[in-house]
Design a protein around this ligand. Structure first.
Ligand code: GTR
Length: 353
């Protein structure tokens, strides 16, 4: 068959289209995000709101905001997200970082006022938002001794220097870490581990989708302005939006190496992001997608069309897609996740989570 021929239509490494849920998930992990090398690690431990990996060599601290009146008798639903400190490779004292911090605090307060716990954390602690070499240079410049795992989870579980074509990229590693947060939630009596939503904005929206597809314990999955590699259709011609070539050139470490095969071939990619999100479909699970009307880089039309495409996976199960198991809104304005978005998302969750 033509698609299997090395160097043929789909290139030497790209895998041909597949059918079947497991095969499809594998296709996306092989071609786009890479595979996590393990599930729940034996060397993980919890202490307070801290997750320790590799026998304590790496720590991830969770910020937990609880709604008033949360108790063991009435455990509350939970929202998990990577927080805005992930931008710029961590918080700095500059105005942009401070604005992101305030934005996160507003989200925490709104979630609490609606009866939801919100857990967020700096994903740089799990895997720095930088290529390895740059991260090491950054740390060396600080003049302090290097931490035990300067490149986070990759230094403990592999896939850094020894990266293969299909090793996990940073988005997959972050999504894996969201699953470990869910492991932690399962130990917390005030939190209802059966009612957990995973969400995120932009690169963290791509991450939320990856967590939702790879871990069926997340009941609701919300991508906000995730664009290319997230909720946007690659095949839809949207000249002002980000394309695969641009994202792999700027952020090669977010994806597996093999994603390069699809560079400048967006229109012919074997499977598109509606199929990726459709993998979340089940009678008990829900998808929510949001965009910004002026966010041309993320491609709002491509995100809406992908949500509609994904909704067909629920319809195939005899369920209502859009407006039922799948929600969508587009705020007027730019690339952003604000209280106005969280409000609409929680309206969706109130009757589903
Ligand atoms: C952009 C990138 C996008 C997007 C965004 C973000 O520079 O091109 O894919 O995810 O960053 O995370 O803010």
């Amino acid at each position: 068959m033509e698609l299997l021929v090395a160097g043929g239509l789909f290139g030497a490494y790209a895998l041909p289209p597949v059918s079947g849920k497991d095969e499809l998930r594998k296709w996306f992990l092989d071609n786009v995000y890479g595979h996590a090398p393990l599930g729940r690690p034996a060397d993980m431990a919890f202490t307070g709101n801290r997750i320790l990996f590799g026998g304590g060599r790496l720590k991830v601290d969770l910020t937990v905001s609880l709604p008033p009146g949360a108790s063991k008798e009435k455990p509350c639903p939970v929202l998990v997200m990577g927080d805005f400190r992930t931008w710029n490779n961590g918080m700095r004292g500059d105005e942009k970082s401070l604005k992101q911090k305030r934005q996160q605090e507003d989200l925490d307060a709104h979630a609490a006022s609606r009866g939801y716990a919100l857990i967020h954390y700096d994903l740089n602690e799990a895997a720095p938002d930088q290529p390895r070499r740059q991260e090491l240079e950054r740390l060396k410049k600080q003049g302090k001794p290097l931490p035990p795992c300067p490149y986070g989870l990759f230094d403990i579980y592999g896939g850094g220097d020894d990266r293969t074509e299909t090793s996990w990229g940073t988005i997959r590693a972050w999504a894996w870490c969201h699953s470990r947060v869910l492991d932690w939630i399962e130990t917390q009596p005030m939190l209802d581990a059966k009612r957990v939503a995973v969400l995120g904005h932009s690169r963290l929206g791509k991450t939320a989708l990856c967590a939702g597809v790879t871990d069926g314990r997340f009941k609701v999955v919300y991508s906000n302005a995730s664009g290319c590699g997230g909720a946007k259709l690659n095949r839809m011609p949207l000249p002002r939006s980000e394309h695969i070539g641009q994202i792999v050139d700027r952020f090669p470490y977010w994806f597996c190496k093999r994603f390069n095969v699809w560079k400048n071939r967006d229109a012919e990619i074997a499977h598109d992001q509606d199929e990726w999100m459709g993998l979340i479909a089940s009678p008990t699970r829900y998808l929510y997608v949001a965009s910004g009307s002026e966010d041309h880089w993320a491609g709002p039309q491509g995100e809406k069309a992908a949500a509609e495409g994904a909704a067909k996976a629920w319809e195939a199960l005899g369920l209502t897609g859009m407006g039922g198991h799948v929600g969508y809104h587009c705020h007027k304005g730019p690339h952003d996740l604000g209280v106005r978005d969280l409000k609409l998302f929680l309206d969706f969750c109130d009757t589903r989570l």
